[in-house]
Write a protein that binds this ligand. Structure first.
Ligand SMILES: NC(=O)c1ccc[n+]([C@@H]2O[C@H](COP(=O)([O-])OP(=O)(O)OC[C@H]3O[C@@H](n4cnc5c(N)ncnc54)[C@H](O)[C@@H]3O)[C@@H](O)[C@H]2O)c1
Length: 373
């Protein structure tokens, strides 16, 4: 790829914004020129990270803004990365899309916390076709997950019938001003965290989700915390079943008090011919065929040589940036791999799952995506 210089601005430099700083420092042709964040502590940490980075090219000092409007008005950036709390994505995206200067956008997942907000953003983006938008559903780039998807696409397991994803991990981390402790800010656990998994499920099922049934609760985590007199209300475990138009069944098994796990994600795809599994972070993929049984199962240890920075997400943030930069440099020939429609659909399944728990019944996608398009 030609080493064209792309100038990045990062809006929101908390944990994930700083993770983008590290990743972009390892991308040829990328330069972070500005950041914006209202929190002095986050700004200070971003400046400290930026000055400690070993860049392959001389770079001017990072410009630091207290709000995203000033960063956009500066005209310094070609691309902005939105890494702010979930409930702020919609307004910030509308501000970027309505700004006179065109900025390409990489927005962290979830696209927005509600389906309505996703539609508002999609409408605004349709009016700015020169702006490319990629949604940060990066799990599809995790090398072991990408290998499993590739095996499914080349028909190693036959016609896919079942996709199950287990995430067993540690509780939600502490965030700036504790925004992630409440559904109204995050969209709820099944939107905030699990949009990643619904995106993967839909990608592997290669079909549209039709209806969702979920059972979940907040059994252990954050119950002893209180913020301005309010106790967090976020789910810490759930089972979610998703039915797809083509008959594929998806299932998510989420537990956020399962630190004692060898793997954080285990993805299993069963088709008419065989079965494929991916294990993260072990970075192992297993593929087996029904007619060769247990003895015939192949095990791959997966690495992607393109990854120059592993970071917090097994190299997926790095690969996501590589992909988006390639889309931008292709001058319209290559659209972003994860666009707004994928962003919307992953939020919609999460919303349907949250509602299913609340209502105690299946929720159809048409109920959730009720708005006329
Ligand atoms: N891809 C992933 O797997 C992944 C992992 C973690 C977080 N995320 C997403 O990244 C986003 C940020 O999460 P985080 O973990 O970094 O949270 P964080 O609380 O660590 O950081 C958020 C930062 O945004 C700042 N902020 C708030 N409002 C702002 C505004 N209007 N303009 C500019 N900055 C603003 C806050 O001051 C804070 O510094 C969220 O959407 C989250 O869901 C994605």
């Amino acid at each position: 790829m030609e080493d064209v210089l792309l100038r990045y601005g990062i809006i929101g430099v908390g944990m994930m914004g700083r993770e983008h700083l590290y990743n972009l420092a390892a991308i040829p042709g990328a330069l972070v020129v500005a950041v914006a964040d209202p929190d002095p502590g986050s700004r200070e940490q971003a400046v400290a990270v930026a000055s400690a980075l070993q860049l392959s090219r001389p770079a001017p000092p990072l410009q630091v803004f207290g709000d995203h409007g000033s960063l956009l008005d500066s005209g310094m950036c070609d691309i902005v990365v939105v890494a702010t709390p979930n409930m702020t994505h919609a307004q910030i995206l509308l501000d970027i899309l309505n700004h006179p200067k065109a900025h390409h956008i990489l927005v962290e997942k979830p696209l927005c916390t509600t389906v309505e907000d996703c539609y508002n953003v999609i409408e605004a983006a349709q009016a700015r076709p020169e702006v490319l938008v990629q949604v940060g559903l990066e799990y599809r780039y995790i090398p072991a997950v990408a290998k499993l998807i590739e095996q499914v696409k080349i028909n190693s397991v036959g016609r896919v019938r079942m996709v199950s994803i287990r995430e067993h991990r540690f509780p939600f981390l502490v965030k700036v001003n504790n925004w992630n402790r409440f559904n109204k800010n995050s969209g709820g656990t099944l939107v905030e965290k699990c949009c990643h998994f619904f995106d993967l499920m839909t990608l592997i099922a290669d079909s549209m989700p039709v209806r969702v049934m979920a059972s979940g609760g907040q059994d252990i985590n954050h119950l002893d915390e209180s913020y301005h007199g309010e106790v967090p209300d976020i789910l810490d475990n759930a089972y979610v079943v998703v039915d797809y138009e083509n008959g594929v069944r998806g299932m998510l098994d989420l537990c956020m008090f399962a630190e004692g796990s060898r793997n954080e994600q285990e993805i299993c795809v069963v088709g008419t011919r065989g079965k494929g599994e991916a294990f993260v972070p072990e970075s192992i993929v297993r593929i087996g065929a029904r007619d060769s049984g247990r003895e015939g199962v192949l095990t791959y240890e997966v690495h992607d040589k393109r990854v120059k920075y592993e970071g917090l997400h097994h190299g997926s943030s790095f690969l996501e940036h590589l992909e988006f930069a390639a889309a931008i440099k292709s001058n319209g020939e290559r659209p972003p791999t994860v666009g707004l429609e994928e962003g919307l659909m992953s939020v919609a399944v999460g919303v349907a799952a949250q509602q299913s728990i609340e209502f105690g019944r299946f929720v159809t996608l048409t109920e959730v995506i009720a708005r006329k398009r």
